[in-house]
Design a protein around this ligand. Structure first.
Ligand code: ADP
Ligand code: MG
Length: 410
């Protein structure tokens, strides 16, 4: 076990792919950008599969961002370039994707990564700003948000460009409205039926805070979550696996939750009070529907518990709530996998760890671990050793310092 390669733990923000988009923009387009904007990825602290039930979520922004250098054009052409390998061969390194703003088409089957930024321009056009965005733009991006790890690299792309265009065109759009516009772009242009959490987190999070979001009325509250001040760290462990089950399982859980709400005579499971859970479960038919309802009602309740502990300044007290949340995702919602369970079980046995859970859609992706700063190296090493012993690929581990939402950099 001791032979395992130590897992690399990078200081927050010190990513080797740290963006330098201005010089690259100049080299690519032969002129100066009008500004540089950044939008972060996010990790969800608690409240999973609750958003489509009109419930509560509590994401925080990562130090990792998508950075955009942008300049307006006047000829109706939109030029998009990503300097990252996430773009693949489809307009990747060296390749600029060139589109006409007036010809943007939703659900373009030939589409690659560029659909996310193009969708933002399309959505602005559909939401009343067609005249403003008609001239087009030159866009170059660099992102340090890991892709496909459940950390919302896609929302970072959308929100970063949306903020840039809002500022350049002086559009009267607040941050929550930008988030809604980006969700519309991802739903209707890219064709991904995501909720509102990711875009709201990227647009609205604040440094040193988690964001309490009510997905019913979109009311938001910044919850103090200053980990360094408490001598704590929140580690993200990216398992680097994605199990194929994902899409179908999401649709099945969603349908099961809707069925549960129907049987209980409420519009959404959000309306089932935690105190009435046992009575509600007794009324339900269908074993899986019962489990899904129990997960959603208890996870909504856990968002409230975490909020209470953080408001009281007792950050360590959220640890057991995170562990209960994991058990619920594993046993009731059944969206965990061996790699995620291994992270949580290994972390839970490590001195100095307060709690851990999988986060995001499940079947792979990332887990979070709340740990004393002094135990970060130990838990990282133990998780890496456990992965090696089980024959899994080495996980990627980094601290999720609660960071700022989207902003202009230059
Ligand atoms: P997540 O948002 O959880 O990371 P998604 O599947 O929603 O996963 O979004 C990932 C997709 O976003 C990638 O497949 C790619 O199309 C696009 N993407 C993310 N980051 C970049 C980047 N730096 N450059 C180009 N495309 C990116
Ligand atoms: Mg995404």
């Amino acid at each position: 076990m001791d032979q395992a390669r130590p897992t690399q733990v990078r200081p927050a923000g010190a990513d080797p792919a740290e963006a330098r988009p201005t010089a690259e923009f100049r080299a690519l387009y032969g002129r100066e950008p009008e500004g540089v904007w950044a939008a972060p990825g996010r990790v969800n602290l608690i409240g999973e599969y609750t958003d489509f039930n009109d419930g509560f979520v509590m994401p925080l922004a990562l130090p990792h961002t998508a950075r955009f250098a942008v300049a307006r054009r006047t000829d109706g052409v939109l030029r998009l370039h990503s300097g990252d390998s996430a773009a693949g061969t489809d307009g990747g390194r060296g390749g600029v994707v060139e589109l006409r703003v007036d010809e943007l088409k939703p659900l373009d089957a030939s589409g690659g990564w560029w659909r996310y930024p193009a969708g933002v321009v399309w959505a602005l056009g559909r939401r009343g700003y067609a005249a403003e965005v008609a001239g087009g733009a030159d866009v170059h991006l660099r992102s340090t948000v890991p892709t496909g790890a459940g950390l919302s690299s896609s929302a970072a792309l959308e929100v970063g460009l949306a903020l840039a265009l809002r500022d350049l065109y002086e559009l009267p759009l607040g941050r929550p409205e930008l988030a809604q516009l980006c969700q519309y772009a991802e739903n209707a242009f890219v064709g991904v039926p995501c909720g509102i959490m990711d875009q709201t987190a990227s647009a609205c999070c604040e440094e040193g805070h988690a964001l309490h979001l009510d997905t019913r009325d979109l009311s938001r509250r910044q919850i103090p979550f200053d980990l360094p001040a408490h001598g704590l760290a929140l580690l993200v462990v990216d398992t680097r696996v994605t199990h194929a089950l994902g899409d179908g399982a999401y649709a099945e859980r969603r349908a099961g939750c809707e069925e549960g709400a129907r049987q209980l005579g409420v519009s959404h499971l959000r309306d089932v009070p935690h105190e009435e859970l046992d009575a509600a479960l007794g009324k339900l038919t269908g074993e899986s529907v019962r489990r899904y309802v129990r997960h959603v009602v208890t996870d909504n309740h856990r968002v409230g518990l975490v909020t209470g502990h953080l408001d009281a300044g007792d950050v360590r007290a959220i640890g057991p709530v995170l562990l209960e949340g994991h058990a619920s995702l594993r046993d009731d919602l059944r969206i965990s996998c061996p790699e995620l369970d291994l992270v949580v079980e290994t972390a839970a046995r490590t001195p100095g760890v307060h709690g851990a859970r999988m986060t995001g859609g499940g079947f792979g992706g990332s887990a979070i671990v709340l740990v004393e700063e002094s135990a970060v190296a130990d838990v990282s090493h133990r998780v890496a050793s456990a992965f090696e012993a089980a024959g899994h690929r080495a996980p990627r581990v980094f601290p999720a310092t609660p960071s700022a939402g989207a902003r202009q950099l230059a």
